[in-house]
Structure formats: C-alpha cells, structure tokens
Design a binder for this molecule. Structure first.
Ligand code: PFF
Length: 458
C-alpha cells in the first residue's frame, strides 16, 4: 500500500509545510489577544516555556513516529504496536480533524468575507466606530446563507490543494504562502510601529505584568501550545510520514517552533502598534480582529490596502493549517482503506463542510443547537478539541513512546539524519515524563471542574 507513497520534494518544503500547519488563526487571532489580556510578556514567557518543554518534545515525537512508519496515525500506531488498542489513538486524531476543521472552515470563511469587504472598500464607513463594526460582524456571523457561502468557498480551496497531493499541493502552496505571510506581517508591523504612539503597542505586548498573570492564564498558555503547534492529533505524524531518513528531525522541529512563535509575536506587534496608535481598545479580546481592526484600518492613509493585506495574510495562514487537518483524514483513507486521494478528499471535504454548516448555523443563523454544556455547537467544537482532544492525544503520544514503543527504538529513528546531538536517552525520557505529567494535570483540572464543579485554580 505504501510502495508509491509520496515524499516531500525538499527539506525546506517540509519545514514550510509543517510550519504552515502550525501558523494559523491560533497565531494571528488567538495569541495576540490572549497575551494582551493575560499579562503581556509575562504570558509570553510562560508560553515560551510550555512550547520549549512540552511542545518541542511532542513535535519531535510525532515526526519520529511518522517517519519511522511512513504511515498516517492509525496505521502508524498499528504498525508499531500491532493488535493492541493503540490504533485508537490514531482514530482519536482522525476524529479531532473532523471536529477542528468543521469550525476552522467557518472562521476561514469569515476571513475570506473580510478580505472581500476590505478589497471593495467596505470598511470605510466603520472608521473609528467599533460599535458599528461590531454590529456588522455580529449580524454577518448570525446570518444563514452568507457565512455558509464563504465557508464553502474556503473548504473548496482546501479540497483543491489536497487533491493535488503532497508535493504538488501542500508543499507547493506552503512554499509560496509562508514567505508571503512573513513579508506582509513585517510590512504591517513596520507600518504600525512608525505611526505616532505605535511603540506603545510594543510595551503592551512585551512589558511583563506579572500581576495580570493568573493560574488560569498559565493553563491557557499550555493548552494553546498544543493548538498552535498542531499537536496531539497526528498532523505532524502525517507530515513526518512523507519524509526520508536524511532529514534532521530535531533541527526541523526547532525551525517549526521558531517560525510559529516568531509569527505569533510579529502578529501581536503589527496589531497592537496599530491599535494603540489609533487609540482603540487593546483589551477587546476575541473581537480584536473582526471588530477593532476594521474600524482602525480606514483611519490610516491607504487603509483599504492595509486591511486587505492583513486579511489576505490571515486567509493564507488559515489555509495552510486547514489543509494539514484535511490531510490527516485523507491520508487515513488512502493508507488504510486504499482509496484514491481524489475520492477521499472530495468525500470527506464534503462531510466536514456539512458538519461546519451546523457550527455556523448554531451562531444564530437558523437551527438552534445551543445546548452543549451551555455553549453553541460552534464553541463546543472548539472547546472539545482544544481543551480535551488535542491535550489527551498529545499526552498519550508521550505515554506511547515511554511505555509501549520504548525510548531506545525512538532514539534509533531520531538519530537518522543527525550528525550529533545533545539529546540523550535520559533527557528524552525526562522531557516526555514532564510532558505527560503536566498535560495530565491540566486535563484533570478541567475534568474536575466540568464534572464536579471543583475549581482548583482561580
Ligand atoms: N495550528 C493551527 C493554528 O494555530 O491555527 C491550528 C491547527 C492546525 C490545530 C492543525 C491542529 C491541527 F492539526
């Protein structure tokens, strides 16, 4: 089945595709407002520690499993632990892909719509009026057909890229879009910092305010490190499975982490410098992107150009992540069921879009599915994946390496393609134990809170 398996065309192609998966809505939308609301640099510092200790070990873990087996998650666990229940960890990944892409595709659609509004000059009458911008946004997402129309376009683009395969689709587009994302963000950050008072945005992002950092802020940072690095559902196993033994996996993992963090911070600088320069509210939270920015951009000279650049780069970031999620599902049906790529992608792209339609409609556009733990279906899918599925997946990947596959076997594969390394067996073991314990603790806190109302942190 795997004899004609596709491979990445180049080292850099793989790194850009993997960091394309990591860099997404999580970096440009979630990270800046989380940092803004949870102590600025104090939050960033905790986030960096989480990324370096927990994130790095799981990224390497997933790459190693994928490259060793040359299979996507279900097949990979089956190959390394035949006839055991470990393949269910792979199914958890495929399930997470359904859950995440259903709401991610909806947000992708919103971003496309905002790119379109910006190109056509539609932000002009929202200038300096966040309230009006808020009304426009809320009315749009609560609509029935509008958000679905844009979501379908976003998902169709996603399907189109995946149909073209690993090299001709994912790698080709990541190599074009990743550098463009960095260039556009640098331009926007320079524009923001050179505005009067723009530098205040830097202080807001980078001045540590430890008094604003709470225990739940620390949890948030850890949870976000899984989402932002696309960990815990086998995306990096799948991408690693298209690699040959020459790639240095430690080096690649460090690049992915560096680019992901760098872009999150650059996005924070670009957004907050502009927001401060124009006197808008930096603590707006999730509404920052769709509410504050549309009221801020028209105040700049050439505002519709800046707005268009921003939403277009956000679209590219969302797309390179969304394709990696769809690839997990496609690869499962290609590897395990022997389906053609075309059939798997078309069918499951369609199914996920339909689930996404229900996410979109739950925000007010018709069918009222709001009873999931008191949240809308849309919020529930986000909550279920970021708080449970990804951390649980990540924790079990670490446990799998420690307890089932064995650190020795793991090290054998990791060392392929590396001249020398400071990563000893002991260090790897300690890192995976730390990851398992810390993530297990976080999941416990969540479960105690939801099931028994016991709140261990505040
Ligand atoms: N890392 C992406 C982001 O930060 O937006 C989200 C994501 C992509 C999560 C792929 C999980 C995944 F498998």
């Amino acid at each position: 089945m795997s004899n004609q398996r596709e491979q990445w065309g180049s080292k850099i192609g793989f790194i850009l595709a993997a960091s394309g998966s990591a860099v997404g809505i999580g970096n440009i939308w979630k990270f800046p407002h989380m940092a803004g609301q949870n102590g600025g640099a104090a939050f960033t510092l905790v986030y960096l520690v989480c990324i370096l200790i927990v994130g790095l070990s799981i990224v390497i873990g997933e790459f190693v499993i994928g490259r060793r087996t040359q299979l996507s998650p279900v097949g990979a666990f089956e190959k390394l632990a035949p006839k055991t229940g470990w393949k269910w960890l792979g199914f958890l990944g495929v399930g997470s892909a359904f859950v995440i892409l259903s709401f991610y595709g909806v947000v992708g659609g919103w971003i496309l719509k905002y790119t379109y509004i910006s190109i056509t000059g539609g932000f002009a009458n929202l200038s300096n009026n966040p309230e009006a911008a808020g009304n426009v946004f809320n009315a749009f997402i609560a609509g029935t057909w509008g958000p679905i129309f844009w979501q379908v376009i976003f998902m169709a683009i996603c399907v189109w890229v995946i149909i073209h395969g690993v090299r001709g689709g994912i790698e080709k587009w990541s190599k074009i879009m990743m550098p463009l994302i960095v260039i556009l963000l640098v331009v926007l950050a320079i524009r923001g910092l050179t505005l009067p008072n723009g530098m205040e945005g830097l202080a807001f992002m980078f001045k540590p305010k430890f008094e604003d950092l709470t225990a739940s802020g620390v949890l948030l940072a850890l949870g976000h490190s899984f989402f932002t690095l696309s960990l815990g559902m086998g995306t990096m196993i799948t991408y690693g499975s298209y690699l040959n033994r020459k790639q240095n996996l430690l080096n690649s993992a460090l690049w992915v982490i560096f680019l992901d963090t760098f872009i999150a911070m650059l996005a924070g600088v670009a957004i907050f410098s502009t927001v401060f320069a124009l006197g808008a509210d930096p603590a707006e939270g999730p509404g920052l992107i769709f509410v504050i920015l549309p009221s801020v951009f028209p105040q700049l000279a050439g505002g519709s150009i800046w707005g268009t650049l921003f939403f277009f780069l956000l679209f590219m970031a969302a797309l390179t992540s969304a394709i990696s999620i769809l690839e997990v599902v496609t690869a499962y049906f290609v590897d395990q069921k022997g389906w053609s790529r075309l059939k798997a992608t078309l069918l499951f792209g369609f199914v996920i879009t339909i689930v996404g339609v229900f996410c979109s409609l739950s925000l007010g556009g018709g069918i009222n599915i709001t009873s999931f733990l008191g949240m809308s279906f849309f919020d529930f899918m986000d909550y279920l994946s970021s708080k449970y599925m990804l951390p649980i997946g990540g924790m079990f990947i670490a446990i799998f390496i420690l307890k089932k596959w064995g650190v020795n076997q793991f090290m054998d594969e990791l060392k392929q393609g590396m001249d020398k390394s400071f990563l000893s067996k002991q260090l790897i073991t300690v890192l995976f134990w730390i990851a398992t314990t810390v993530v297990g603790f976080i999941i416990l806190i969540e479960v105690l809170d939801v099931l028994f109302g016991i709140n261990l942190i505040q």
